[in-house]
Design a protein around this ligand. Sequence first.
Ligand SMILES: Cc1cc2nc3c(=O)[nH]c(=O)nc-3n(C[C@H](O)[C@H](O)[C@H](O)COP(=O)(O)OP(=O)(O)OC[C@H]3O[C@@H](n4cnc5c(N)ncnc54)[C@H](O)[C@@H]3O)c2cc1C
Length: 407
Amino acid sequence: MNIAPQNFFPTITSKSTEEELISAARWLGQNRFADRAEEYDLEAKFPTENYEDLRAAGFLGLTIPADYGGIGVSYETYCKISQEIARWCGATALTFNMHAQTMFWTGSVFDTTPGFDELREEQNRRRAKLYARVLEDGAIFAQPFSEPNSAAAAGKAPFGTTARKVEGGWIVNGVKHFASLAGAASYYSMICTVEGMEGRDKIKKAVYLCVPESAEGFEIFGPWDPVGMRATVSRGLKMEEVFVPDELELLPPGVYYELSLKWPHMFFTLCPTYMGISQAAFDFTVEYLRPGLRDIPSKQHAVAQMRLKLEQSRALFETTIADAAYGPTKAQRMRAYAAQYTIMEHSQDICSLAMRTCGGRTLLKSMPLERLYRESRCGSLMLPWTAEIAENRLGEESLFEPGEPRE
Ligand SMILES: Cc1cc2nc3c(=O)[nH]c(=O)nc-3n(C[C@H](O)[C@H](O)[C@H](O)COP(=O)(O)OP(=O)(O)OC[C@H]3O[C@@H](n4cnc5c(N)ncnc54)[C@H](O)[C@@H]3O)c2cc1C
């Protein structure tokens, strides 16, 4: 393992290699994030200091295209970096994903999707300003999609949050729940149903907007005291007649829907966080058992079972992040569902086995495994690809081709 000295603070650029980017993330994780994780978790407090470090090291521009001054990493490299951050602080990786994906969808995902020729010039002009907010002002973006009616985030119904077109912008109304980075983000990126649309157009022509934290009519509400991922501070958001200027339109009406169909791997990026958690639980167990317990056959058996699950997850993870691109084949899309299901479910299994094997002292809050165990519980219930939804799609799409009549 390549470990930089403790007094070396890394900075990254668009010329940094994948290995340098991952070791910079590892340095931040090991030297800064790991020690802070317990307090953030106990107090359900956002990891602000970790974001200051990410900002200082250049990570806020990680998925902004290099042409716009960002680091411009590929999807695959991003996933490996996200996984590394999660080994040290799961909540930092999960929240950072919301920011990084807002940049990635408006950047690389949009650029690699054909069919938007007439929109590109305006999109390029707008996103240059958007990216400057990150690179020059240090802005952080949240990605609150989920609403009390989950069918929308699962792609089955229109979002309840609406946007009405007015001179110079949009008026947004609605409620979001589980908005990670609540109170910490500078902007909240959300999909809104365009008012006046009828039927399927309510879903197909949705617009992707971002609401500034200081906007009039924008409110954060509700408590946040969950079992795990406590430092994500995923509270509720309420928008009442909030004005969003045109320049904060992240993607024009209709584009998000097309991307969600043609670039399905854009929904897979929660998985690196849970790969990192699984790896951390495995590493913890090996370290914990070494002095005195590793000769016991049942410990060796349990570690072997953990490793089997980790290797299965990793094999699917690596193939899936290499598959990610515009227009995957059916086999690649199905593999992404299988990978999502496996990584999320195995993360819980691995953490549970780790606790059973290491014993009672790992139940204590002072032990990182106690936090990993609770965090691992959250992955399989995150939309749009919860474990159940991934399983449903695997079954249904194996048995039916698109458009095939049901008996
Ligand atoms: C720590 C954490 C952070 C989060 N951060 C964010 C965020 O930043 N942005 C964001 O948008 N969301 C975020 N979420 C929300 C998350 O993605 C889900 O929207 C939320 O957990 C849904 O709550 P629910 O399970 O009570 O919803 P429900 O929709 O009521 O689901 C209940 C159960 O039914 C299942 N289910 C729902 N729909 C279907 C379906 N169509 N088919 C089969 N099964 C289904 C679900 O898997 C779930 O088990 C976060 C969640 C957590 C736990």
